[in-house]
Design a protein around this ligand. Structure first.
Ligand SMILES: Cc1cc2nc3c(=O)[nH]c(=O)nc-3n(C[C@H](O)[C@H](O)[C@H](O)COP(=O)(O)OP(=O)(O)OC[C@H]3O[C@@H](n4cnc5c(N)ncnc54)[C@H](O)[C@@H]3O)c2cc1C
Length: 404
């Protein structure tokens, strides 16, 4: 006789842990089984926010996601403040920065995982680690059979996407869902470093600038972000680049995609032109290699001066009208052709996944298989950096966990 549970949750990541806790809290008499392929639960949580775990964003709203209509009920029911409160109730103080990004008060991701793990133990969730689910069948009586070993009346699949497989999520959840007749939007890496074809970026390797990135295709703006950009030997990294990679993932191909970088977003072309003219007048003998150091790191300025075709050794007073035009152009619209992105193992989030139309957005129950639910990143839901993806994991996990 196989052991039968009221609910089984496959995947003990952010959303699965919260789903199991929510269910056991709402229905203490139910037996809840949580299955995790890794040796420990919640491994990815420890890596989030550079080990600090940016748990949510107080400004998170449906429009921040790729499918606002689908995420609305979960986010309305469990907005960021409600998740902050949920964590307080299970033993965690949090704090928020000026941009609404919420962190554990300890600024340590292990505090988040510890309270989730303790809550599972305290509430009596039966957790099995080192357990890979490779098969789920629907039995004649409507219950589910997992790996021919366990049975459950309700099933939540919370296996995450394909990003960062070192933390467990390897896309195997998609196969389980496909066997259960669900469709998958082909997954793509998102919040990932961007590869560009410009030789200049290699010369800028290791330099950080602040700016606004605009992703364009044939003069259509596909997305924007701003913040820190790090030049690397393959292209660009840094928060602003990760954010713009989300829009690359949502495009069919990279062909024709360009990134326009404005490294002086708070200043108009006129203001920049006037300032360079003022410098040329006030320091006429300074070498041109320094002309952009008023706004860029010195090394970056030197590279961009050369890129404008200006002799770095000539002096400020020798700058021509065309030189100044070129300098302002490169500051405001340094353009890079996108050739691709780094892969899933470098990405923080997966774009694509289980087709959301096949699930009720009010309960997260499958419209194809009764008593089957999904939550978290396995669904085709994604957003940018700043706490939005964990916000979805917590809110969708809480909603799915309420399955009766
Ligand atoms: C480096 C990094 C930093 C990040 N930082 C942030 C951040 O600061 N803020 C933010 O909002 N988001 C961040 N994210 C994204 C966020 O971590 C994810 O969106 C979130 O963890 C998704 O939760 P989930 O429960 O859906 O999936 P996951 O957390 O990926 O959990 C899925 C779990 O299912 C298990 N599993 C998978 N398949 C099987 C199977 N067949 N059998 C058994 N178990 C299985 C996996 O081992 C895993 O434990 C970051 C991601 C990464 C990689």
């Amino acid at each position: 006789m196989k052991k039968r549970y009221s609910l089984a949750v496959i995947g003990a990541g952010a959303s699965g842990l919260v789903a199991a806790i929510t269910h056991k809290t709402a229905y203490p008499e139910h037996e809840v089984l949580l299955l995790e392929k890794m040796p420990r639960v919640g491994k990815k949580i420890l890596a989030t926010g550079n080990g600090r775990c940016n748990m949510t964003n107080l400004g998170a709203k449906p429009d921040d996601y790729n499918c606002p209509d689908f995420v609305s009920p979960a986010l309305n029911e469990y907005p960021p403040e409600s998740n902050v409160d949920f964590f307080k109730k299970i033993g965690l103080f949090t704090c928020a920065d000026s941009e609404g990004r919420v962190y554990p008060y300890s600024f340590n991701a292990s505090s988040v995982l510890n309270c989730l793990r303790n809550e599972c133990v305290g509430r009596g969730v039966k957790t099995i680690t080192d357990y890979f689910v490779k098969d789920v069948k629907v039995l004649k009586n409507g219950a589910f059979c997992i790996n021919d070993e366990f049975e459950c009346e309700k099933l939540i699949i919370a296996c995450g996407g394909k990003s960062s497989s070192v933390h467990g999520s390897d896309g195997s959840g998609y196969k389980l869902l496909e066997k259960l007749s669900h469709s998958i939007v082909p997954p793509k890496p998102s919040l990932v470093q961007i590869c560009t074809d410009s030789k200049v970026v290699r010369k800028l390797k290791g330099i950080r600038v602040r700016g606004k990135l605009t992703l364009e295709k044939n003069d259509r703006v596909c997305g924007e972000s701003h913040g820190e950009i790090l030049f690397t030997d393959y292209g660009i990294s840094g928060i602003a680049s990760l954010d713009v990679s989300m829009f690359i993932a949502r495009e069919k191909t990279c062909s024709g995609l360009k990134i326009v970088l404005d490294m002086a977003q708070d200043h108009s072309e006129k203001e920049l032109t006037d300032y360079i003219l003022y410098e040329a007048e006030s320091s006429p003998l300074s070498p041109c290699e320094n002309v952009l150091s008023f706004i860029l790191p010195q090394k970056a300025g030197e590279v961009f001066v050369k890129e404008c075709g200006i002799d770095a050794q000539k002096s400020f007073s020798d700058l021509t009208e065309n030189d100044i035009k070129e300098l302002v152009r490169i500051l405001k619209s340094f353009t890079l052709d996108v050739v691709g992105t780094k892969g899933f193992d470098m990405s923080q989030v997966t774009c694509g996944g289980a087709v959301t139309d096949e699930f009720s957005n009010v309960t997260l129950q499958s419209k194809k298989v009764k008593n089957l639910y999904c939550c978290g990143e396995i669904l085709d839901v994604d957003a940018g950096c700043g706490g939005y993806n964990l916000q979805w994991a917590w809110s969708s996990g809480r909603l799915a966990g309420l399955c009766k």
